[in-house]
Ligand binder design. Structure first.
Ligand code: ADP
Ligand code: MG
Length: 227
């Protein structure tokens, strides 16, 4: 499979004002992620993992530096263009699933596809395939509240990749699960990434899972370094 650079951060800075003081979280972070690659982001709480993922996912603007997605610099773009890139190219998974509680699992996965303009029948077909792929095909009709934590996260992952993004960003996706379930969910995520060739950056505190990824990076003094 041909490898291309999906995500590139160059000299990314992010500072938060806290009263009189300025909290510098990212201080010139550089990072490159290629298609087909799964990278673990392992760092203590409060070091800026979520900040890095939000900036990479175009959910926040960096104060300085550049974020490029598939070779396209994104900083100067208008918000609606950034939103369009986010919807088509980026999938985001959170620690807590953020599924819509009043919709079934399959409807949750259909939603982003229908927003993107796919006909209902096709969206449903792809959602069913993704559920099968995550080995929860039999749970499609259930609402999130009727699913286990591991099942909820597998639905959330399926939803994140529903529009076939090139980049998957996950913020402690298994942080809420017991080790065995976390391992099972990661198996499914890994199979999906390997099969689709997307690039994944996954923040985790789980060293066992981090050890199974292709590379590990951490945040030290506001920069991304190999770990
Ligand atoms: P992590 O995900 O590694 O736990 P975060 O990226 O969430 O770290 O946060 C890094 C630091 O930035 C923390 O000290 C946090 O309190 C601070 N921070 C994050 N977001 C904001 C914000 N919107 N305003 C002020 N401080 C923030
Ligand atoms: Mg965080």
């Amino acid at each position: 499979m041909k490898r291309n650079t999906v995500l590139k951060l160059s000299g990314v800075e992010r500072h938060y004002g806290q009263g009189e003081t300025l909290l510098s979280i990212l201080k010139g972070a550089d990072f490159t992620l290629n298609s087909g690659e799964i990278v673990a982001l392992v760092a203590p709480s409060g070091t800026g993992k979520s900040t890095l993922l939000h900036v990479a996912g175009l959910l926040e603007h960096p104060d300085s530096g550049e974020v490029s997605i598939n070779g396209h610099p994104c900083n100067g773009l208008l918000d609606d263009k950034r939103t369009a890139i986010r919807r088509s190219e980026i999938g985001f998974v959170y620690q807590f699933h953020h599924l819509l509680p009043e919709f079934s699992a399959i409807e949750n996965i259909m939603m982003p596809q229908m927003i993107a303009g796919l006909p209902r029948v096709e969206a449903k077909q792809r959602a069913a395939q993704l559920l099968d792929y995550m080995r929860i095909g039999h749970r499609g009709a259930h609402r999130p509240g009727e699913l286990s934590g591991g099942e909820q996260q597998r639905v959330a992952i399926a939803r994140a990749v529903a529009n076939a993004p090139s980049l998957l960003l996950a913020d402690e996706p298994t942080g809420n699960l017991d080790p065995e379930t976390a391992s099972y969910v990661f198996d499914a995520l890994e199979a999906l990434v390997r099969q689709s060739g997307l690039a994944a950056l996954i923040a985790t505190h789980n060293h066992e899972l981090a050890g199974r990824m292709d590379r590990r990076v951490t945040i030290a003094d506001g920069k991304v370094v190999d770990f």
